[in-house]
Ligand binder design. Structure first.
Ligand SMILES: [Mn+2]
Length: 459
């Protein structure tokens, strides 16, 4: 069924002469847009691409006026599938949508009883269409793997699952991706080992995460050399035996603090290597690649991320790396800022308001980092607010897997609360966002809290 829809959409695309791509500004959006772009280029179509934060009235009105022969929405668009008949469109998206939005030009896993939260990403559904157009596009599966990792789709089972698995198989069969079991913490290839521990956030290591000196003494205590000559050793520089020592001792830390087997299991999982990339660079590991992309588009440098996805490893890649180091500094600052502002705890949610202290494009990441940090209890969802600067406020909500298993659905709760205050919202069960008018935060929080309470108590 889903395959048939992918083919139908492929046919619409093949029958068009000129296609304009509209995609989302995150790693999944960039990879999705790039898969669409490369597919069209290979077909010899006239094509253009743009990146948007969300599909609001102004974007849609402009698209209507620009009168494209066909607009291909990737990693967004599901919420307009039944509207805007003036825009001739195809949509490959994975954000939650209702069965009423089922249209012949609309591909979304939720229409086929699959969960777009972890079974396939925006880049993944776009890839499925690309593959029906030409089997040679199977090399683009590597970008779909990066997109899925960017949307944290490997989190639920510590590896990619669902349709993502088939996409991974495609990548392995043409030799562009390889799955490996290793430590799941970020920065295996590009961060000194003590930094990898210091920034470990999923799960947070009690007594080590966030504490540089503790991480250094932990490694020294277990006989791990941190430097090789003048160079810091990264995780991939460690021998098998050294890795085993570190992992088993991290596990010991968790167990000694009363954490169970389930938490310990999260340390290890599948990681995805892009076989054609150089080891030790940000584009060799899918998770690091996704972070690199996130740090380009979030600062408005869409072209940089796109060029890197298109294969540039020269000037554009260098620009992307510079943006990444700026992004890291911003996150550290943002995290500090949010902590100083203080988190207000209510019965069913907790929140902070950063005002203009944190960019609206990174407040979601900061919220997620904060929820996973030692300072706060993740037993209820966390909402972060940041001003967008045009009389609007961005709200980002994050929760834990445990809460989702108890029935929490942030996507529907945020959607409902936003709509009551004339805003828009949606996303995934575990992570959702909304844009609301400034000044409506109190009202929004009250409705959101009620929604969350209903979800968690009703079962
Ligand atoms: Mn996505």
């Amino acid at each position: 069924m889903l395959q048939k829809r992918a083919r139908e959409i492929g046919d619409i695309i093949k029958n068009s002469r000129e296609v304009h791509i509209v995609t989302h500004i995150d790693a999944d959006g960039i990879t999705a847009g790039c898969i669409a772009y490369q597919t069209l280029q290979k077909l010899g179509k006239e094509c253009s691409i743009e990146f948007v934060k969300q599909l609001d009235e102004s974007v849609l009105t402009r698209l209507k006026d620009e009168n494209y022969e066909l607009v291909w929405f990737t990693d967004l668009g599901s919420n307009i599938s039944t509207g805007y008949p003036e825009i001739n469109k195809v949509i490959t998206d994975h954000h939650t949508c209702s069965i009423e939005s089922n249209q012949r030009f609309h591909l979304n896993p939720h229409l086929f009883n699959l969960d777009g939260g972890f079974e396939i990403s925006g880049a993944g559904v776009t890839y499925l269409v690309s593959k029906t157009i030409d089997k040679k596009n199977m090399d683009l599966s590597q970008l779909a793997v990066v997109g899925a990792c960017g949307d944290l789709q490997d989190r639920k089972y510590n590896k990619l699952s669902g349709l993502n698995r088939n996409i991974l198989d495609d990548g392995e069969s043409v030799g562009v991706v390889k799955a490996k079991i290793d430590i799941r913490y970020f920065g295996r290839e590009t961060r000194p080992v003590y930094k990898l521990l210091q920034y470990a956030s999923d799960p947070v290591i009690p007594g080590l995460s966030g504490r540089e000196s503790a991480c250094i003494s932990f490694l020294q205590e277990h006989g791990i050399k941190m430097k090789d000559g003048d160079n810091w050793r990264c995780w991939v520089d460690l021998s098998k035996a050294e890795r085993r020592v570190v992992i088993s001792n991290i596990a010991r830390v968790f167990l000694s603090k009363g954490f169970g087997y389930k938490t310990v299991k999260r340390i290890i999982g599948e990681i995805y290597l892009l076989e054609q990339e150089e080891e030790g660079t940000e584009v060799h590991d899918a998770k690091e690649y996704a972070t690199l992309l996130n740090s380009t588009a979030r600062y408005g440098k869409y072209e940089v991320g796109l060029r890197v996805c298109m294969g540039d490893r020269g000037e554009w890649f260098k620009k992307a790396r510079n943006l990444l180091s700026g992004h890291r500094a911003n996150l550290v600052e943002g995290l500090q800022f949010a902590k100083e502002e203080g988190i207000e705890r209510r019965e069913y949610l907790q929140f902070f308001h950063a005002g203009s202290g944190i960019r609206d494009t990174v407040v979601g990441i900061v919220t997620n980092m904060l929820l996973n940090s030692e300072e706060i209890n993740g037993d209820i969802p966390l909402v972060g607010f940041a001003d967008k600067g045009n009389g609007e406020v961005k709200a980002s909500a994050r929760a834990t897997e445990e809460l989702v298993q108890q029935g929490l659905n942030l996507s529907s709760a945020m959607k409902k609360a936003a709509s009551v205050v004339d805003g828009i919202g949606g996303g995934h069960s575990i992570a959702a966002g909304a844009t609301i008018p400034k000044g409506k935060e109190e009202e929004f929080l009250a409705i959101l809290e009620q929604e969350i309470k209903n979800q968690l108590v009703s079962i």
